[in-house]
Design a protein around this ligand. Structure first.
Ligand code: DP6
Length: 344
């Protein structure tokens, strides 16, 4: 058997990773939850050879993805020395558009990392314990894309060293090690696609701009403070604190982009209109609907399952008109990756 397939989810950061150092190490701890409907399925086929790599997206050869995969694979040959002796074919497909600001690199890179860890097991015949396998895959995924480290687990996941979590690490992510309040177990995330276009600045460049950002050190302090406060809110079920922290992280991320050199504005007019509508709706309704943003114009609506009907009416009546082609993706908190068994 020289093939393996993994389906791996994307995640949405509530505390943002923005700024890195060394080899893909975060400047602050981040915290996300895993998405149920946004995922990448990657099949890896390996053939004895000399390290040639090809990437197909939905069966079409993609030069841009191939170049990124080549860079990635050459950066991890020390972890997987056998890679020089095989040609690799990756066949990949997303359940959502890539580069639309839905962290496609998180699901893509985590699925690739899982495939490489499975390839290692197939070649060596040595099987790691499941926890060790996932930790290794998280470490490898991080080297491909930082946020991908968090996609190896379901539920709420943290990545980056924090005083509050003794087992936390900059090298790999971990599921939150305590019981979160019941009301957060059924969180939903409806992604409103304001613009599907390719982003003006990649996350990679964005992180780089933090290296000479005038507000960088304050940001890392604030991220740690928000991280600690969010852990408390998740334990207690404190919605007021949750909303304050999560929305401040979202706008703070964009404020950093707007104040970097060169500055970037990734928000669109419709993003701001949606945010203002959410604030007004929250005051009038009995819900605790709030939002977060990735490094792009799309809005993630976060709400409890119990508010589903009221929020649904609000989305269809007041928000969908701001979305490109009425496009939205309804997620709830997702499980971790799944190995797809071959039907051959
Ligand atoms: C805004 O993980 O895409 O989504 O490590 O350079 O690949 P690289 O960056 P990436 O950055 C994600 C940034 C973010 C916040 C987050 O997911 O924590």
């Amino acid at each position: 058997m020289n093939k393996v397939t993994w389906r791996s989810p994307s995640n949405i950061a509530l505390i943002k990773y923005w700024g890195k150092h060394g080899i893909q190490l975060p400047k602050n701890p981040s915290l996300s939850f895993t998405l149920s409907e946004c995922h990448t399925t990657t099949e890896l086929e390996w053939i004895p050879g000399s390290g040639k790599i090809q990437v197909f997206y939905d069966k079409e050869q993609k030069e841009r993805f191939t170049a990124r995969a080549r860079d990635f694979v050459s950066s991890i040959v020390d972890i997987f020395p056998f890679l020089d002796d095989y040609d690799l074919n990756f066949n990949t497909i997303n359940s959502f558009p890539h580069s639309a600001g839905i962290a496609s690199s998180a699901s893509a890179m985590s699925s690739v990392a899982l495939c490489l860890c499975s390839m290692e097991e197939a070649l060596t015949g040595e099987k790691l314990a499941q926890a060790d396998f996932l930790q290794k895959a998280s470490h490898v995924a991080r080297l491909g894309s930082g946020s991908a480290a968090r996609s190896l687990y379901g539920g709420f996941v943290s990545w980056g060293k924090s005083d509050k979590l003794p087992d936390s690490s900059d090298q790999y992510a971990n599921p939150l090690p305590f019981k979160i309040h019941d009301s957060y177990k059924d969180m939903r995330d409806t992604v409103l696609i304001v613009d599907q276009g390719i982003k003006a600045v990649s996350s990679r460049e964005g992180h780089h701009l933090m290296n000479r950002h005038p507000y960088a050190s304050n940001r890392y302090q604030q991220a740690n403070k928000n991280f600690n406060a969010l852990l408390k809110a998740l334990k207690k079920g404190d919605d007021a604190a949750f909303i304050k922290i999560v929305e401040s992280e979202a706008l703070g991320l964009h404020a950093l982009m707007m104040s970097s050199t060169p500055p970037y504005i990734l928000l669109r007019a419709n993003t701001i209109k949606i945010i203002n509508r959410i604030r007004a709706f929250r005051e009038l309704s009995c819900t605790t609907l709030c939002y977060t943003l990735d490094a792009g114009p799309n809005v993630h609506l976060l709400y409890h399952d119990r508010d589903k009907a009221e929020v649904e009416e609000f989305i269809t009546e007041e928000l969908l008109l701001y979305c490109q082609d009425n496009y939205r993706i309804d997620n709830h908190i997702g499980e971790g990756p799944v190995k797809v068994e071959s039907r051959e």
